[in-house]
Design a protein around this ligand. Structure first.
Ligand SMILES: [Fe+2]
Ligand SMILES: [Fe+2]
Length: 465
């Protein structure tokens, strides 16, 4: 096989012998990791997958049957815009960085490693799910997400190996060594160490946690470090599908639950009661909020000043790209009470990005509530207050109810089972997870999708078992 067939790319890999050697050394380790930690039990099956083949907007992907280990994990960057400049911060208007600026080397490496670590982590979290798929359509979507997270890992490894020399290569190796949920060598961020072992968790994960990825990638897609920006821009193209899987997945569960609510007891009829769905929303939304980092952050100020990490849609949404003397008012805990505090805007950018994310999540809730409304039901799903159940930032170490009121630790523990999934809830959901693998069939706890993949009907044989 020639180089391009082994590693499809638009980064002139054949001209860069050093990088080529590094990637070729890493490739077999990656495949070992994929076999060990990728989807369990389906590696020899033909799956109807899309593969990125270029960055042309109208023809970037190819759909065909492929066995997952043969998937062509490629390296694709959006083409460079000539004369690109830094779009925000203290160096606004200066030429974009084409190499890593020395003074930000460690910070940038940390950003890339942290993003890169989430990609294989999610594959590890989801590796058992194929065995309990509700339909072949869903099974295919799971594997699509998995192979693309694998490609995102490639994208970050490319940056590490191409731009960070020796320690970049070491970091690329370490990305294959950490394991989700492993107490001795866990993944870096906590949401990526949480079990994701049933499909309700999977849909919540792709709705809420992949959506954090969208916002992180968007903030980096305008980075002054141009190779990072161009990499993230292309990753966002794929990420949209992951959130679609989560958003429509939950909507289909809600739709089925609504049908069953009119027939009798949802639980007895083999559906997932709304309160269990709500608790899963509470759990994954709160863990995903943590991924944005502390509300008040000197790192966020430094990254912005350096032109490395901006705001969501920095160029489109804002006029002032320097943000030297604005303030942001947020609630903090002071002397055991919630109080308003003015923070320099640059130090509040994690919170600003989190706010964008929350508004995006609310749109998902509106879609699910529309489904409930159309079914003639008065019940509604909601997002918990962002202070609820936080493990990072200003609210960590304090206790809040679902509306964001400060409560005692005793009260929180007394009421926790109303708000986040209990062991019994998880076991009940798991008890419904029986594989359905006949083309056109669907499990009883979820409605079929509105349409299939790439013009194919729902009945299409998306995975040949
Ligand atoms: Fe990803
Ligand atoms: Fe994703």
């Amino acid at each position: 096989m020639n180089l391009y067939e082994r590693i499809p790319n638009n980064v002139n890999l054949s001209d860069d012998k050093k990088l080529q050697r590094a990637l070729e050394k890493w490739l077999p380790n990656y495949l070992d990791w994929w076999h060990e930690m990728g989807p369990d039990g389906f590696q020899t099956k033909d799956v109807y997958l899309r593969t990125a083949i270029s960055v042309e907007p109208d023809g970037w992907a190819n759909f065909d049957y492929v066995k997952m280990p043969d998937y062509r994990w490629g390296i694709f960057l959006k083409p460079a815009a000539p004369g690109a400049t830094i779009g925000f911060g203290d160096n606004l208007g200066q030429p974009a960085y084409q190499e890593v600026p020395g003074e930000f080397r460690n910070a940038l490496r940390r950003i890339i490693v942290t993003q890169g670590d989430t990609e294989p982590a999610s594959v590890e979290q989801q590796r058992e799910l194929g065995k309990t798929c509700p339909s072949l359509y869903d099974l295919r979507n799971l594997f699509q997400v998995n192979v693309e997270e694998g490609r995102h890992l490639w994208a970050m490894v490319y940056l590490l190996q191409r731009y960070f020399g020796r320690d970049g290569r070491d970091e690329a190796d370490a990305l294959l060594e950490r394991r989700s949920g492993n107490p001795d060598k866990p993944r870096i961020l906590e949401a990526f160490n949480q079990p994701c072992d049933d499909w309700l968790n999977f849909f919540c994960f792709t709705m809420f946690t992949d959506r954090d990825g969208k916002y992180q990638l968007s903030a980096l897609a305008e980075s002054g470090f141009e190779p990072l920006a161009r990499t993230c821009q292309f990753m966002l193209t794929e990420e949209a599908h992951h959130m679609f899987v989560g958003d429509t997945g939950i909507n289909r569960v809600v739709k089925r639950t609504a049908q069953l609510m009119k027939e009798g007891d949802v639980r007895e009829l083999g559906g997932i009661p709304l309160d269990i769905i709500q608790k899963h929303i509470n759990f994954w939304f709160s863990y995903s909020l943590d991924l944005f980092g502390g509300e008040i952050s000197s790192n966020s100020a430094d990254f912005f000043a350096a032109g490395l990490k901006g705001r969501y849609k920095e160029q489109e949404q804002y006029e002032d790209h320097v943000v030297a003397d604005q303030n942001f008012t947020m609630k903090v805990v002071e002397d055991g009470q919630l109080k308003d505090r003015d923070v320099a805007m640059r130090n509040a950018l994690n919170e600003v990005l989190r706010g964008e994310y929350v508004r995006d999540c609310e749109k998902g809730l509106a879609r699910w509530n529309k489904t409930l409304n159309e079914a003639g039901l008065a019940e509604r799903l909601y997002l918990p207050n962002p202070r609820f159940h936080r493990h990072v930032g200003e609210y960590a170490g304090h206790n809040f109810d679902i509306q964001g009121n400060m409560i005692t630790a005793e009260e929180f523990h007394r009421r926790k089972s109303e708000w986040v999934p209990t062991m019994e809830d998880r076991e009940f959901v798991r008890s419904l997870m029986k594989p359905v693998t006949e083309p056109g069939q669907i499990a009883g706890w979820i409605a079929p999708p509105a349409s299939g993949v790439k013009g194919k009907p729902f009945e299409f044989e998306y995975v040949r078992l």
